[in-house]
Design a protein around this ligand. Structure first.
Ligand SMILES: [Zn+2]
Length: 142
């Protein structure tokens, strides 16, 4: 897939273009291209880090099956280099997006900077709910 065929979902948009952009982004995340990208990312991480990836917030083991990759930037959507993608568990990916969406300052700031700041803040304030305790053994992915 050509990178140019994947629209930036955060690009300035009108009411008229919002839905098609989001739909194209969702289609990309469901594509073989993205699935292959995740595998490439995983292999590149193992080569570079020498250890299995883990959620950068809570340390849960990251797997190809269940792990999420957060786009630290949409600048190279479709041709993302390894460093544009951040391993997170599903829960912390949702928490990060909830914070970005809730805070106008973060929405306006550079996405990579916002991502780093939010991850740091989530690490400082782990969710204390018992069912989310990251030290418990992880249940198998559905
Ligand atoms: Zn996590």
């Amino acid at each position: 897939m050509r990178a140019s065929s994947v629209p930036d979902p955060t690009a300035r948009r009108t009411r008229r273009t919002r839905r098609p952009r989001r739909a194209a982004y969702d289609a990309y995340l469901n594509s073989r291209t993205w699935s292959d990208k995740r595998k490439q990312w995983y292999a590149a991480w193992l080569t570079a880090a020498g250890v299995e990836p883990a959620c950068l917030v809570c340390g849960r083991r990251w797997t190809l099956k269940a792990g999420h990759l957060h786009h630290a930037t949409y600048a190279r959507l479709g041709i993302e280099p390894v460093e544009d993608l951040v391993p997170l568990c599903r829960r912390d990916h949702q928490r990060l997006h909830a914070l970005i969406d809730a805070h106008p300052t973060w929405r306006r700031s550079d996405r990579r900077t916002a991502t780093a700041a939010i991850i740091a803040s989530l690490r400082q304030a782990p969710d204390a709910r018992a069912d989310d305790n990251p030290t418990r053994p992880q249940s198998p992915a559905p």
